[in-house]
Design a protein around this ligand. Structure first.
Ligand code: AHM
Ligand code: MG
Length: 340
């Protein structure tokens, strides 16, 4: 912690808010509610091996994937806490078909909507690897005083007010970004508070790690295959091959990329022609965080944050991480694609 003095996330966000006399504190208050949901989900995750909450719920979500019990618990926790918040007009979740509008007067007068992937990387639950919650906050475009509408949730990432994730790893951390920058807070279990542990996070311009599901290589484009060869060669930048790391949990892989530098990719391939990861729940919030930390996030053709969503559960290819590594990867991807 900073010079032995704990700064809680609440203290930090209040101090940040004071820099802007016109700020109402609603965003800070919403972040506090999301942090509370993170603490409740953390408690559920930490006892996963001890109670009867491992295994599947027996249902499939809108993308046809099997839901784990913890996914459902995390989803319900966020929906419930944000419904009781004074500052959230409605939510959209990766686990639900449609957005949810909160209909009470307080919610209808709230200016923000929240999108989330309640428990990303859930295939890692049974093997005790890192998983996380990803969230995004937009200012609604619909009229205050009325219930929110789908258009509030279909805004491009460049309209985000804030985004973040909570990683349930060897410790539990909440990392959030605004346009001012990125800060990380570690859960201090003895006081039950997220405390500032990683101030002003910057994603290094270069890293030594490439991260993707390399098992999909046969289905990749020629440009992507050529870039993978480059990663495995004694490349110019490093004089040796990059190291490969892949947890299969976007939050875990991106947290490492943000702190240590590197490149994380989930490209389109012959089977998943639009990529796998979801624009609104995974790619936009992560792109916003990484770009606020000085990194880059691209679909291969444009900045992730410039993609205008047309549907809630849209997927996009993603290349994200250290600026110089992304630029290099895009040279390969664009060059070969142009010839094909
Ligand atoms: P989920 O939201 O259903 O957990 O799926 C998203 C996850 C990401 O966390 C991860 O990067 C990716 O799917 C892993 O996919 P794959 O197993 O195809 O490599
Ligand atoms: Mg996910």
């Amino acid at each position: 912690m900073l010079q032995g003095k704990l700064i809680t996330m609440d203290e930090f966000t209040i101090q940040e808010t004071r820099k802007f006399p016109q700020a109402t504190g609603e965003l800070s208050s919403l972040l506090r509610d999301i942090a509370l949901a993170g603490k409740v989900i953390n408690k559920q995750v930490r006892k996963a091996g001890l109670s009867d909450i491992l295994g599947t719920q027996g249902a499939t979500n809108v993308q046809g994937e099997e839901q784990m019990k913890l996914d459902v618990l995390a989803d319900q926790t966020l929906i419930h806490i944000l419904k009781n918040s004074n500052d959230c007009a409605g939510i959209a979740s990766e686990e639900n078909d449609n957005h949810v509008c909160y209909e009470d007067t307080f919610s209808a007068n709230s200016k923000y909507v929240v999108l989330f992937d309640p428990l990303d990387g859930s295939s890692n639950i049974d093997v005790n690897a890192s998983i996380g919650t990803i969230f995004s906050i937009y200012r609604r475009v619909s009229e205050l005083g009325k219930t929110c509408v789908e258009a509030d949730f279909l805004q491009p990432g460049n309209k985000l007010m804030a985004a973040g994730y909570i990683i349930y790893g060897s410790s539990t951390m909440l990392v959030y970004a605004t346009k001012l920058g990125v800060n990380g807070f570690t859960l201090e279990p003895s006081i039950g508070e997220f405390c500032l542990s990683h101030p002003n996070i910057k994603c290094p311009e270069m890293g030594k790690i490439y991260s993707l599901n390399q098992g999909n290589t046969n289905r990749f484009s020629e440009g992507m295959k050529a870039y993978l060869d480059y990663c495995m060669e004694n490349n110019k930048e490093e004089g040796r091959p990059y190291s490969h790391r892949y947890i299969g949990s976007m939050v875990g892989d991106l947290h490492r990329t943000l702190i240590k530098g590197g490149i994380f990719m989930y490209p389109a391939d012959k089977k998943s022609v639009k990529g796998k990861l979801r624009l609104q729940y995974e790619c936009n919030p992560m792109a916003f965080i990484v770009e606020a930390a000085g990194g880059v996030a691209s679909t291969g053709y444009c900045d992730i944050l410039d993609v205008v969503p047309t549907e809630l559960h849209q997927r996009v290819p993603i290349y994200i991480g250290s600026k110089k590594m992304i630029e290099k990867a895009l040279e390969f991807v664009k060059e070969k694609e142009a010839v094909a």
